[in-house]
Design a protein. Structure first.
Length: 313
């Protein structure tokens, strides 16, 4: 009887020494692991009519236009591209922690106005497309956390966006990699002939003050790692500093063999929702204290290269 009591006491002591189940660290899957388990139908192939290929000496930058948000600018940019407006122009400005901008060097404040490249049949002025009416027919994936700049934020058609239900308006936001339309002071002065991409901490303060035309799907390091301009606002002061644009083409105008085989994870998919939650409440050996929240611009929409027609990647 004494032996039984001693054995039982030892077992109880051992159980008490074990960590409680609640203390066992919960490990959440990473975004990479979730993407690896995604289903084929959760991915979309961008319309080649909405894809731009900007060829720089260092490589190709792929931009997806957002015609549902900025249709007039998307159409004007396509016209500029198809009439070879951007070919031979340059990256003219790189401002640290803000934007990289490209266009006609002669069209900035210190340029030779007599040498400005004509726009061809593209429009010189466009109505500002800073916001649009909320479209309930298009997919909307909201974030559960608050936002400083808007009542609601989330993703629509693969783009980070914001909403104000009280006004019935929604708009794209300036996250890293988003492509905007440069303009002068006049709201209708932005026509797509000069574009910029956010390369630093999200400059959300300029949301709804400039039209956002799309986002970079591939090639961001070619734009974000360039030498910073030494002039005001990061403009290059010497022609030799500028990066030449060899060409810009619409993907639909190229043979299929020359197109990038890219797919974008649908932001209305179960996998994307799981990625949001995993990033909000990340648990692993490194993240001992998960944030429990996430900022809109801290969520990247996954893009993958498809190697074959059967969808393998």
């Amino acid at each position: 009887m004494r032996l039984y009591r001693l054995t039982a006491a030892l077992i109880v002591a051992g159980l008490l020494a074990l960590p409680a189940a609640a203390d066992t660290p919960k490990v959440t899957p990473t975004a990479k692991e979730l993407v690896a388990k995604s289903k084929p139908e959760e991915w979309r192939t961008p319309d080649p009519e909405n894809l731009l290929y900007m060829q720089l000496p260092q490589g190709r930058v792929v931009i997806e236009l957002a015609p549902d948000f900025t249709p007039l600018h998307a159409a004007n940019i396509r016209t500029l591209v198809r009439e070879h407006y951007f070919d031979g122009l340059a990256i003219i400005r790189v401002q640290d922690n803000f934007v990289t901008q490209w266009g006609d060097p002669n069209d900035d404040d210190n340029g030779d106005k007599s040498k400005i490249k004509p726009l061809g049949s593209a429009k010189a002025k466009l109505p500002p497309e800073y916001t649009r009416a909320i479209d309930g027919k298009l997919p909307w994936t909201p974030l559960p956390d608050g936002d400083v700049y808007a009542p609601q934020v989330g993703f629509s058609e693969g783009f980070p966006a914001a909403r104000d239900p009280s006004s019935g308006r929604e708009w794209l936001v300036h996250c890293y990699g988003m492509v905007g339309v440069a303009r002068d002071v006049a709201p209708d002065s932005g026509n797509g002939s000069s574009l910029y991409v956010a390369i630093g901490q999200a400059p959300r303060q300029i949301d709804r003050n400039l039209a956002i035309a799309g986002r970079v799907l591939e090639g961001m390091p070619l734009l974000s790692a360039l030498p910073r301009g030494t002039g005001p606002l990061g403009f290059y002061t010497q022609a030799a500093q500028r990066v030449p644009i060899l060409s810009v083409k619409v993907a639909a105008d190229l043979p299929d063999a020359q197109r990038e085989k890219l797919q974008v994870l649908r932001t209305d998919s179960a996998t994307f929702s799981a990625i949001i939650e995993a990033k909000r409440n990340r648990h692993d050996a490194f993240y001992a204290l998960p944030a429990g929240k996430i900022d809109l611009c801290n969520i990247d929409v996954p893009v993958r290269v498809v190697a074959a027609a059967d969808g393998k990647h």
